[in-house]
Design a protein around this ligand. Sequence first.
Ligand code: CO
Length: 134
Amino acid sequence: MIGRLNHVAIAVPDLDAAMRVYRDQLGADVSAPVDLPEHGVTTVFVTLPNTKIELLGCFGPESPIGSFLERNPAGGIHHLCYEVADLVAEVDKLRGEGARILGDGRPKIGAHGKPVVFLHPKDFLGTLVELEEA
Ligand code: CO
């Protein structure tokens, strides 16, 4: 069972420009960039009163968002992240029901230092879903 919406992620071609949009135009609280080499992305978090926005830029040539940005050169919504209480139990349940977990299916440490997995968009209404242990 999923809980709170932790964040909405937006892949962007230019992270500095995206930070300026959220900080200077929209007046939001914008974090410093953090490189996540294991995930091939650099992340910036925008903290809103009820959730967060994750701005995703490419890190390295093998970035998993590279092909997304080729299809969406101006950027676009990339994934939704929901919190779960017990990630391993949730993954076991979903896999038992036939849902596909991306990568090797094992949780990785995500942008908040907590375990995450990504679920195949074809199994979830065309939306890439990240589950994060709360
Ligand atoms: Co995310």
